[in-house]
Design a protein around this ligand. Sequence first.
Ligand SMILES: *[C@@H]1O[C@H](CO)[C@@H](O)[C@H](O)[C@H]1NC(C)=O
Ligand SMILES: *[C@@H]1O[C@H](CO)[C@@H](O)[C@H](O)[C@H]1NC(C)=O
Ligand SMILES: *[C@@H]1O[C@H](CO)[C@@H](O)[C@H](O)[C@H]1NC(C)=O
Ligand SMILES: *[C@@H]1O[C@H](CO)[C@@H](O)[C@H](O)[C@H]1NC(C)=O
Ligand SMILES: *[C@@H]1O[C@H](CO)[C@@H](O)[C@H](O)[C@H]1NC(C)=O
Ligand SMILES: *[C@@H]1O[C@H](CO)[C@@H](O)[C@H](O)[C@H]1NC(C)=O
Length: 433
Amino acid sequence: MSTAVYLVFLLGLAFRGGYGYANNSNHRLLAVLNASSSTVDLVLQINVLEGKRSPATTEITPPMSLKDIIRAEINGDWERGHFVLQLASQTRTVQLKQAIYEALWQELQQMRQIYDPLKVLDLYGQLTQQPQMPSALLVQVYQEFVDRSAHLLAAPFHTDSRSARFPKVDSLLQRLTLSTLDYLRDILEEVFNLVLALESSLSVVQRLGNFTGSVTQLALANLQLLQRTELKSNVDAQAAVHDNLRQLLELPTFEQEVGRNLREEVYEQLPLDEKILYTAQKICLRNMTNHNSYIYECPQTYLICTNERDPKKASYYVQRGNGGANNTLQFAFYSSYWRNRYILMEPSNHSTGDYITKNVYSRDSIFWWQVVQLAGGGVALYDAATAGSILCGGDPKHWDGEERHVYTRSSLELENYRRECIWKVEDCSDVTK
Ligand SMILES: *[C@@H]1O[C@H](CO)[C@@H](O)[C@H](O)[C@H]1NC(C)=O
Ligand SMILES: *[C@@H]1O[C@H](CO)[C@@H](O)[C@H](O)[C@H]1NC(C)=O
Ligand SMILES: *[C@@H]1O[C@H](CO)[C@@H](O)[C@H](O)[C@H]1NC(C)=O
Ligand SMILES: *[C@@H]1O[C@H](CO)[C@@H](O)[C@H](O)[C@H]1NC(C)=O
Ligand SMILES: *[C@@H]1O[C@H](CO)[C@@H](O)[C@H](O)[C@H]1NC(C)=O
Ligand SMILES: *[C@@H]1O[C@H](CO)[C@@H](O)[C@H](O)[C@H]1NC(C)=O
């Protein structure tokens, strides 16, 4: 009897009636494997011997292949794969370890459980911890995880109902928040391969807008979708992605939750004024067409004026918050020159009517503005609390000598006074106080 046959014979003994007793069988299996000086032989011959009963062994027990041993060890319970990995990590030769990993993966594929990407992810996590993992196997398991995840995530894109729930999708996304974003990146690439082949780009974008996931995941997904060639010439779909991104941007948690790099990628998608508003350390607000007309404190009073260019006086720090009637994103402008002073609007009754009110001051209490980017460039500044007033300026009729006061109008008048009520946001970060 060769050494290998002898060992297999022993293994058979070790496992006889011992299924499911992990402690025990692990121990004996390992002992046998450890005792062998030629484990390579063992592995190589185990499969050859499978099913062949030599007359001498018939009465006692059939020889078992590595596959059988692992099947017995797993015994229909996915969780027990963990024990097999422990076992493998304790074996002495690389070849045996790797044979065990391969056989384990084969066995787990036999069990339908690999349809659950979370299980494959857990296994992948465990495998990456193992010493001397064959990289081809790791790649294979990872790819399986990505494929299974992508199929799951694709389901909502093929569903018309916006109210349908997908608890498995939710729990996958939830679990993925614990992993590197690279996993999600790979999955999304495949999701988009799957869904853009069957659905219109616009519907994919809109459906993504209804996804539940972390802000970070949704930001990543929208940015990634925007890069797809399918969207390159589709203006509507691109605009819809921008809408999705803006919704995310306006969430109170956006700045806190989303990592810096990803946040900057989102800001990069914004029109210039808004981008500056989000990224610049200090900004200036100036007339759209007149490069010599900036908002800051008037020369003689505490009102706000449009004054000649003086970047020191015109530069403001931007504070961001959420609030107002609709809990929208809002901004406060804090002077970097006159410390403690904000651009503040006193309350007024600007619900309707074509008239102006001079109620904008440089004051030491915070005041929130809602900044609305306009198509074609420039922003409108609404009082965030009611959105009833907009900030305007530039009409000499409302000035007083050197004092070129700004003023407010009803926000309903924006269309009639665009020249007066649209402002350019300029990056004034470089200005030293
Ligand atoms: C080993 O067996 C004991 C009881 O016999 C059990 O409590 C323990 O969980 C087992 N360990 C493993 C790794 O199966
Ligand atoms: C098998 O050998 C390895 C390395 O020599 C050792 O760490 C392990 O404890 C041994 N296992 C058993 C069950 O003897
Ligand atoms: C889903 O998206 C549509 C537009 O794409 C929107 O009208 C609807 O309110 C969204 N539903 C939810 C629950 O977010
Ligand atoms: C606005 O109008 C209402 C009723 O017309 C009045 O009670 C209120 O005092 C006015 N507020 C201001 C700030 O003028
Ligand atoms: C809040 O939303 C409603 C409906 O979209 C809108 O009419 C209203 O002007 C908004 N209010 C503010 C302060 O933005
Ligand atoms: C900008 O300047 C023009 C004239 O130079 C003026 O008509 C317009 O009202 C000004 N707009 C603002 C927002 O100050």
